[in-house]
Design a protein around this ligand. Structure first.
Ligand code: DX5
Ligand code: ZN
Length: 221
């Protein structure tokens, strides 16, 4: 069943010179999850932050730390992100040959396990795995950068995954990430998403705008 909508600002669009203050600001503005985009310059063509930054940010918010790993290999780094304070660790289906093992590893560390699908990856990638997941992430841009245009075809993927999740009867977050703004957010929700990642749309306008931006993404303004 679709759960209440949660907003997960991606700190990729925050002021990197003031990350602690930015995390406090989005927490105070009503963010549900703090979405952390980890990129390695190998799986995706960009390099961002590592477990040391997650650890440094952890004391700045009690909200759910939602760590999106766009790295390959991924298994050698899971424990470091768990120890740094991640609550959810999401890995890419395309980034590891033994996805089931990776999800088990995340859960063995007491963390919620997420699986992300690139835009070209079919829904069948979750076959045989849905019982081992706490979150599914549909990428509605090709991962690597904030500020890209929403890929419309991913709404069908969200709808199909919504049906599959509902068939399980379990509470699995259905997250969408990339190009989410005030126009695409309601359409993603209609398709069945219940966690909206938004970088540009949250951080545009600076700290004074965060609360309104988050409310508008949630559909409450
Ligand atoms: C893309 C990242 C996203 C990104 C979203 O690789 O996973 O979380 O920051 O940025 P916007 O919301 O600007 O598309
Ligand atoms: Zn992300």
């Amino acid at each position: 069943m679709q759960q209440p909508i949660r907003i997960a600002p991606s700190i990729l669009s925050a002021d990197f010179a003031n990350l602690g203050a930015e995390v406090r600001a989005i927490d105070a503005a009503g963010a549900d999850y703090i979405h952390v985009d980890v990129m390695d310059g190998h799986f995706v063509p960009n390099i961002t932050i590592g477990p040391g930054v997650v650890k440094a940010l952890r004391p700045h918010s009690d909200k759910v730390f939602d760590v999106h790993l766009m790295i390959a290999p991924v298994d050698p780094y899971i424990e470091a992100f768990a120890e740094a304070g991640a609550d959810i660790i999401t890995v890419h289906a395309e980034a590891t040959p033994h996805v089931h093992r990776t999800l088990q590893l995340i859960r063995s560390l007491g963390k919620r396990a997420g699986l992300s699908l690139n835009p070209s990856t079919p829904v069948a990638a979750v076959d045989y795995l849905i019982g081992d997941l706490d979150l599914l992430l549909v990428m509605s841009v090709n991962p690597g950068f904030g500020g890209q245009a929403f890929i419309e075809s991913q709404l069908d993927k969200v709808a199909e995954l919504r049906r599959r999740i509902d068939d399980t009867g379990h509470s699995i977050d259905l997250q969408i990430d990339g190009g989410i703004n005030f126009e695409t957010a309601p359409r993603a929700v209609t398709a069945g998403a219940d966690v909206l990642v938004a970088g540009t749309a949250t951080f545009t306008g600076g700290p004074d705008a965060y609360r309104t931006n988050i409310q508008r993404l949630r559909g409450n303004a």
